[in-house]
Design a protein around this ligand. Structure first.
Ligand code: NAP
Length: 290
Protein backbone atom coordinates (compact mmCIF):
# COMPACT_ATOMS: atom_id res chain seq x y z
CA UNK A 1 0.00 0.00 0.00
CA UNK A 2 1.40 3.42 -0.97
CA UNK A 3 1.89 5.89 1.88
CA UNK A 4 -0.47 8.84 1.21
CA UNK A 5 1.32 12.13 0.47
CA UNK A 6 0.19 14.92 2.80
CA UNK A 7 0.20 18.30 1.05
CA UNK A 8 -1.10 21.78 1.83
CA UNK A 9 -4.53 20.78 0.49
CA UNK A 10 -4.95 17.51 2.45
CA UNK A 11 -8.23 17.47 4.39
CA UNK A 12 -8.48 16.27 7.99
CA UNK A 13 -10.56 13.49 9.56
CA UNK A 14 -10.04 11.87 12.94
CA UNK A 15 -11.32 10.18 16.06
CA UNK A 16 -11.79 11.98 19.36
CA UNK A 17 -11.79 10.29 22.75
CA UNK A 18 -9.84 9.84 25.95
CA UNK A 19 -7.94 7.63 25.52
CA UNK A 20 -7.63 7.23 21.72
CA UNK A 21 -4.27 5.45 21.67
CA UNK A 22 -5.87 2.01 21.21
CA UNK A 23 -8.38 3.06 18.55
CA UNK A 24 -8.35 0.83 15.46
CA UNK A 25 -10.00 3.55 13.35
CA UNK A 26 -6.84 5.34 12.10
CA UNK A 27 -5.43 2.11 10.60
CA UNK A 28 -8.74 1.19 8.99
CA UNK A 29 -9.55 4.64 7.59
CA UNK A 30 -6.05 5.50 6.35
CA UNK A 31 -5.91 2.16 4.47
CA UNK A 32 -9.20 3.06 2.79
CA UNK A 33 -8.05 6.63 2.02
CA UNK A 34 -4.86 5.28 0.43
CA UNK A 35 -6.84 2.77 -1.65
CA UNK A 36 -9.16 5.53 -2.91
CA UNK A 37 -6.27 7.93 -3.55
CA UNK A 38 -8.28 10.55 -1.65
CA UNK A 39 -6.55 13.70 -0.40
CA UNK A 40 -7.43 13.07 3.25
CA UNK A 41 -5.69 11.92 6.42
CA UNK A 42 -7.35 10.38 9.52
CA UNK A 43 -5.76 11.19 12.89
CA UNK A 44 -6.16 10.15 16.55
CA UNK A 45 -7.26 13.32 18.38
CA UNK A 46 -7.09 13.00 22.20
CA UNK A 47 -9.72 15.26 23.77
CA UNK A 48 -9.99 15.18 27.59
CA UNK A 49 -13.32 15.49 29.42
CA UNK A 50 -14.09 19.19 29.91
CA UNK A 51 -12.35 20.19 26.65
CA UNK A 52 -14.97 18.87 24.24
CA UNK A 53 -16.71 22.16 23.41
CA UNK A 54 -13.44 24.00 22.84
CA UNK A 55 -12.13 21.13 20.68
CA UNK A 56 -15.21 21.19 18.46
CA UNK A 57 -14.99 24.96 18.05
CA UNK A 58 -11.34 24.48 17.07
CA UNK A 59 -12.28 21.76 14.55
CA UNK A 60 -14.69 24.23 12.93
CA UNK A 61 -11.96 26.89 12.84
CA UNK A 62 -9.49 24.60 11.07
CA UNK A 63 -12.07 23.15 8.68
CA UNK A 64 -11.96 19.52 9.87
CA UNK A 65 -14.18 17.56 7.49
CA UNK A 66 -15.54 15.11 10.06
CA UNK A 67 -14.66 12.84 12.97
CA UNK A 68 -15.58 9.74 14.95
CA UNK A 69 -16.29 9.82 18.66
CA UNK A 70 -15.36 7.25 21.25
CA UNK A 71 -15.46 7.03 25.06
CA UNK A 72 -16.15 9.31 27.00
CA UNK A 73 -17.77 11.75 24.51
CA UNK A 74 -20.44 9.70 22.68
CA UNK A 75 -23.30 11.13 24.74
CA UNK A 76 -21.91 14.48 25.90
CA UNK A 77 -21.30 15.64 22.34
CA UNK A 78 -25.00 15.49 21.45
CA UNK A 79 -26.11 18.91 22.83
CA UNK A 80 -23.06 20.54 21.19
CA UNK A 81 -24.15 19.56 17.66
CA UNK A 82 -26.43 21.54 15.31
CA UNK A 83 -28.26 18.35 14.28
CA UNK A 84 -28.51 14.73 15.49
CA UNK A 85 -30.09 11.98 13.33
CA UNK A 86 -33.13 10.05 14.55
CA UNK A 87 -31.07 6.87 14.77
CA UNK A 88 -28.47 8.54 17.01
CA UNK A 89 -31.27 10.01 19.16
CA UNK A 90 -32.72 6.52 19.51
CA UNK A 91 -29.38 4.96 20.44
CA UNK A 92 -28.60 7.91 22.70
CA UNK A 93 -25.06 8.21 21.33
CA UNK A 94 -23.25 9.77 18.35
CA UNK A 95 -20.20 8.06 16.84
CA UNK A 96 -19.85 10.03 13.58
CA UNK A 97 -19.90 13.80 12.95
CA UNK A 98 -19.57 15.79 9.72
CA UNK A 99 -19.58 19.48 8.90
CA UNK A 100 -22.39 21.20 6.98
CA UNK A 101 -23.08 24.90 6.40
CA UNK A 102 -25.69 24.78 9.21
CA UNK A 103 -23.10 23.31 11.62
CA UNK A 104 -21.89 19.94 12.93
CA UNK A 105 -24.23 17.03 12.23
CA UNK A 106 -24.08 13.75 14.14
CA UNK A 107 -25.28 10.21 13.56
CA UNK A 108 -24.63 6.68 14.81
CA UNK A 109 -23.23 4.25 12.23
CA UNK A 110 -23.06 1.33 14.71
CA UNK A 111 -26.66 0.48 13.77
CA UNK A 112 -25.85 0.23 10.04
CA UNK A 113 -22.66 -1.65 10.98
CA UNK A 114 -24.58 -4.16 13.09
CA UNK A 115 -27.24 -4.94 10.49
CA UNK A 116 -24.92 -5.05 7.42
CA UNK A 117 -23.92 -8.75 7.82
CA UNK A 118 -27.50 -9.74 8.73
CA UNK A 119 -28.88 -8.16 5.56
CA UNK A 120 -26.92 -10.73 3.54
CA UNK A 121 -29.27 -13.46 4.84
CA UNK A 122 -32.55 -14.31 3.12
CA UNK A 123 -34.55 -14.41 6.35
CA UNK A 124 -38.11 -13.60 7.17
CA UNK A 125 -37.19 -10.99 9.76
CA UNK A 126 -40.85 -10.22 10.44
CA UNK A 127 -41.10 -13.77 11.85
CA UNK A 128 -37.79 -13.60 13.75
CA UNK A 129 -37.47 -13.00 17.48
CA UNK A 130 -34.16 -11.34 18.43
CA UNK A 131 -32.69 -12.12 21.84
CA UNK A 132 -30.11 -9.60 23.07
CA UNK A 133 -27.77 -10.59 25.92
CA UNK A 134 -26.80 -7.49 27.92
CA UNK A 135 -28.30 -4.03 28.23
CA UNK A 136 -25.36 -1.62 28.01
CA UNK A 137 -24.36 0.91 25.33
CA UNK A 138 -23.89 -1.51 22.42
CA UNK A 139 -27.22 -3.21 23.19
CA UNK A 140 -28.96 0.07 22.29
CA UNK A 141 -27.51 0.00 18.74
CA UNK A 142 -28.48 -3.70 18.48
CA UNK A 143 -32.07 -3.01 19.57
CA UNK A 144 -32.33 -0.17 17.01
CA UNK A 145 -30.80 -2.45 14.35
CA UNK A 146 -33.18 -5.34 15.06
CA UNK A 147 -36.06 -2.86 14.84
CA UNK A 148 -34.80 -1.55 11.47
CA UNK A 149 -34.51 -5.14 10.22
CA UNK A 150 -38.16 -5.65 11.14
CA UNK A 151 -37.78 -8.33 13.83
CA UNK A 152 -41.17 -9.21 15.24
CA UNK A 153 -39.92 -9.03 18.85
CA UNK A 154 -36.74 -7.84 20.52
CA UNK A 155 -36.06 -9.43 23.90
CA UNK A 156 -33.31 -7.95 26.04
CA UNK A 157 -31.83 -9.95 28.91
CA UNK A 158 -29.88 -8.30 31.75
CA UNK A 159 -28.61 -8.90 35.24
CA UNK A 160 -30.35 -6.11 37.12
CA UNK A 161 -34.12 -5.47 37.07
CA UNK A 162 -33.84 -1.74 37.83
CA UNK A 163 -31.35 -1.18 34.99
CA UNK A 164 -33.57 -3.19 32.64
CA UNK A 165 -36.57 -1.03 33.58
CA UNK A 166 -34.59 2.16 32.89
CA UNK A 167 -33.46 0.64 29.55
CA UNK A 168 -37.08 -0.13 28.56
CA UNK A 169 -38.35 3.29 29.68
CA UNK A 170 -35.66 5.15 27.72
CA UNK A 171 -37.24 4.03 24.42
CA UNK A 172 -40.58 5.66 25.28
CA UNK A 173 -39.21 9.09 24.26
CA UNK A 174 -37.32 7.71 21.26
CA UNK A 175 -37.93 8.37 17.53
CA UNK A 176 -37.71 4.57 17.08
CA UNK A 177 -40.20 2.33 18.86
CA UNK A 178 -38.76 -1.18 19.19
CA UNK A 179 -41.01 -4.19 19.88
CA UNK A 180 -39.07 -4.53 23.13
CA UNK A 181 -39.51 -6.67 26.24
CA UNK A 182 -36.88 -6.96 28.97
CA UNK A 183 -36.16 -10.03 31.09
CA UNK A 184 -33.77 -11.02 33.82
CA UNK A 185 -31.13 -13.63 33.04
CA UNK A 186 -33.06 -16.48 34.81
CA UNK A 187 -35.78 -16.38 32.11
CA UNK A 188 -33.36 -17.57 29.40
CA UNK A 189 -34.65 -21.18 29.29
CA UNK A 190 -38.08 -19.87 28.19
CA UNK A 191 -36.60 -17.42 25.65
CA UNK A 192 -33.71 -19.20 23.93
CA UNK A 193 -35.71 -21.91 22.08
CA UNK A 194 -37.89 -19.22 20.45
CA UNK A 195 -35.12 -16.86 19.27
CA UNK A 196 -33.93 -16.93 15.65
CA UNK A 197 -31.20 -14.37 16.35
CA UNK A 198 -29.16 -14.35 19.58
CA UNK A 199 -26.77 -11.42 20.05
CA UNK A 200 -24.09 -11.24 22.74
CA UNK A 201 -23.53 -7.60 23.69
CA UNK A 202 -21.79 -8.44 26.98
CA UNK A 203 -17.98 -8.45 27.15
CA UNK A 204 -18.06 -12.08 28.40
CA UNK A 205 -15.61 -14.13 26.30
CA UNK A 206 -13.51 -11.16 25.18
CA UNK A 207 -9.71 -11.42 25.15
CA UNK A 208 -7.99 -12.23 27.50
CA UNK A 209 -10.80 -14.23 29.20
CA UNK A 210 -11.29 -16.31 26.08
CA UNK A 211 -12.69 -19.41 27.85
CA UNK A 212 -15.73 -17.55 29.20
CA UNK A 213 -19.15 -17.85 27.55
CA UNK A 214 -22.24 -15.73 28.34
CA UNK A 215 -24.45 -18.85 28.20
CA UNK A 216 -24.10 -22.05 30.25
CA UNK A 217 -23.75 -25.35 28.30
CA UNK A 218 -27.39 -26.31 29.05
CA UNK A 219 -28.51 -22.88 27.79
CA UNK A 220 -26.42 -23.22 24.61
CA UNK A 221 -28.21 -26.54 24.00
CA UNK A 222 -31.55 -24.67 23.96
CA UNK A 223 -30.62 -22.56 20.94
CA UNK A 224 -32.47 -23.33 17.71
CA UNK A 225 -30.28 -25.11 15.17
CA UNK A 226 -30.21 -22.70 12.22
CA UNK A 227 -30.46 -19.68 14.54
CA UNK A 228 -27.99 -16.85 13.95
CA UNK A 229 -25.53 -16.39 16.83
CA UNK A 230 -23.96 -12.92 16.67
CA UNK A 231 -21.17 -11.84 19.04
CA UNK A 232 -20.15 -8.16 19.06
CA UNK A 233 -16.73 -9.25 20.35
CA UNK A 234 -14.05 -9.41 17.62
CA UNK A 235 -11.11 -10.87 19.61
CA UNK A 236 -10.85 -13.82 19.84
CA UNK A 237 -12.43 -15.05 16.62
CA UNK A 238 -14.42 -17.17 17.17
CA UNK A 239 -15.42 -16.60 20.79
CA UNK A 240 -16.52 -19.54 22.95
CA UNK A 241 -20.14 -18.42 22.38
CA UNK A 242 -19.75 -18.55 18.58
CA UNK A 243 -17.75 -21.79 18.58
CA UNK A 244 -20.32 -23.58 20.73
CA UNK A 245 -23.20 -22.13 18.69
CA UNK A 246 -21.59 -23.37 15.45
CA UNK A 247 -21.12 -26.82 17.00
CA UNK A 248 -24.89 -26.85 17.65
CA UNK A 249 -25.68 -25.98 14.00
CA UNK A 250 -26.12 -22.22 14.36
CA UNK A 251 -24.78 -19.61 11.94
CA UNK A 252 -22.03 -17.50 13.55
CA UNK A 253 -21.24 -13.81 12.98
CA UNK A 254 -18.45 -12.08 14.91
CA UNK A 255 -18.00 -8.39 15.75
CA UNK A 256 -15.35 -7.61 13.15
CA UNK A 257 -17.85 -6.99 10.38
CA UNK A 258 -19.81 -4.52 12.54
CA UNK A 259 -16.57 -2.65 13.23
CA UNK A 260 -15.69 -2.57 9.52
CA UNK A 261 -19.16 -1.60 8.37
CA UNK A 262 -19.67 1.21 10.92
CA UNK A 263 -16.36 2.64 9.66
CA UNK A 264 -17.36 2.21 6.02
CA UNK A 265 -20.66 4.00 6.66
CA UNK A 266 -18.79 6.93 8.28
CA UNK A 267 -16.17 7.19 5.53
CA UNK A 268 -18.76 7.19 2.76
CA UNK A 269 -20.57 10.04 4.56
CA UNK A 270 -17.39 12.14 4.70
CA UNK A 271 -16.09 11.34 1.20
CA UNK A 272 -19.51 11.06 -0.49
CA UNK A 273 -18.57 7.83 -2.25
CA UNK A 274 -18.60 4.10 -1.45
CA UNK A 275 -15.91 2.95 1.00
CA UNK A 276 -13.50 0.10 0.06
CA UNK A 277 -14.87 -2.37 2.60
CA UNK A 278 -12.48 -5.24 1.75
CA UNK A 279 -9.41 -3.01 2.28
CA UNK A 280 -10.79 -1.79 5.61
CA UNK A 281 -11.51 -5.37 6.75
CA UNK A 282 -8.01 -6.50 5.76
CA UNK A 283 -6.36 -3.56 7.56
CA UNK A 284 -8.24 -4.40 10.76
CA UNK A 285 -7.45 -8.10 10.54
CA UNK A 286 -3.75 -7.34 10.10
CA UNK A 287 -3.79 -4.95 13.06
CA UNK A 288 -5.59 -7.51 15.25
CA UNK A 289 -3.44 -10.44 14.04
CA UNK A 290 -6.59 -12.28 12.90
P1 NAP B 1 -21.27 -1.73 28.41
O1 NAP B 1 -22.03 -0.49 28.13
O2 NAP B 1 -20.36 -1.78 29.57
O3 NAP B 1 -22.37 -2.92 28.57
C1 NAP B 1 -22.00 -4.22 28.87
C2 NAP B 1 -23.25 -5.04 29.22
O4 NAP B 1 -22.81 -6.37 29.50
C3 NAP B 1 -23.99 -4.55 30.47
O5 NAP B 1 -25.37 -4.73 30.29
C4 NAP B 1 -23.47 -5.48 31.58
O6 NAP B 1 -24.38 -5.72 32.60
C5 NAP B 1 -23.28 -6.76 30.79
N1 NAP B 1 -22.31 -7.63 31.44
C6 NAP B 1 -21.01 -7.35 31.75
N2 NAP B 1 -20.42 -8.41 32.33
C7 NAP B 1 -21.39 -9.37 32.42
C8 NAP B 1 -21.41 -10.69 32.95
N3 NAP B 1 -20.31 -11.24 33.51
N4 NAP B 1 -22.55 -11.39 32.85
C9 NAP B 1 -23.64 -10.85 32.32
N5 NAP B 1 -23.70 -9.61 31.80
C10 NAP B 1 -22.58 -8.87 31.85
O7 NAP B 1 -20.39 -2.16 27.16
P2 NAP B 1 -20.73 -1.91 25.61
O8 NAP B 1 -20.15 -0.64 25.17
O9 NAP B 1 -22.18 -2.15 25.43
O10 NAP B 1 -19.85 -3.06 24.91
C11 NAP B 1 -20.17 -4.41 25.10
C12 NAP B 1 -19.35 -5.31 24.18
O11 NAP B 1 -19.62 -5.02 22.82
C13 NAP B 1 -17.83 -5.17 24.34
O12 NAP B 1 -17.26 -6.46 24.24
C14 NAP B 1 -17.43 -4.31 23.16
O13 NAP B 1 -16.10 -4.54 22.75
C15 NAP B 1 -18.40 -4.81 22.11
N6 NAP B 1 -18.66 -3.83 21.04
C16 NAP B 1 -18.32 -4.19 19.77
C17 NAP B 1 -18.58 -3.32 18.73
C18 NAP B 1 -18.22 -3.71 17.33
O14 NAP B 1 -18.17 -2.85 16.44
N7 NAP B 1 -18.01 -4.97 17.06
C19 NAP B 1 -19.19 -2.07 18.99
C20 NAP B 1 -19.50 -1.75 20.31
C21 NAP B 1 -19.25 -2.64 21.33
P3 NAP B 1 -24.62 -4.70 33.81
O15 NAP B 1 -25.34 -3.56 33.19
O16 NAP B 1 -25.44 -5.48 34.75
O17 NAP B 1 -23.27 -4.33 34.34
Amino acid sequence: MDIPVITGTTQLLGVIGDPVEHSLSPVMHNAAIAQLGANFVYLPLPVPTGKLAIAIAGFEAIGLKGFNITIPHKQTIMPLLAGVSDIAQAVGAVNTVWWEARGWQGTNTDVAGFIAPLQLFERSWSKTIALVLGNGGAARAVVAGCTQLGCTEVWVVGRRAEKLNAFAESWQRSPIQPPLTTFTWDKLPELLPKAGLVVNTTPVGMHPKVDACPLMPDEMAMMQSGAIAYDLIYTPSPTQFLQQAKDKGAIAIDGLEMLVQQGAAALSLWLDRPAPVAVMRQALKAQLNL
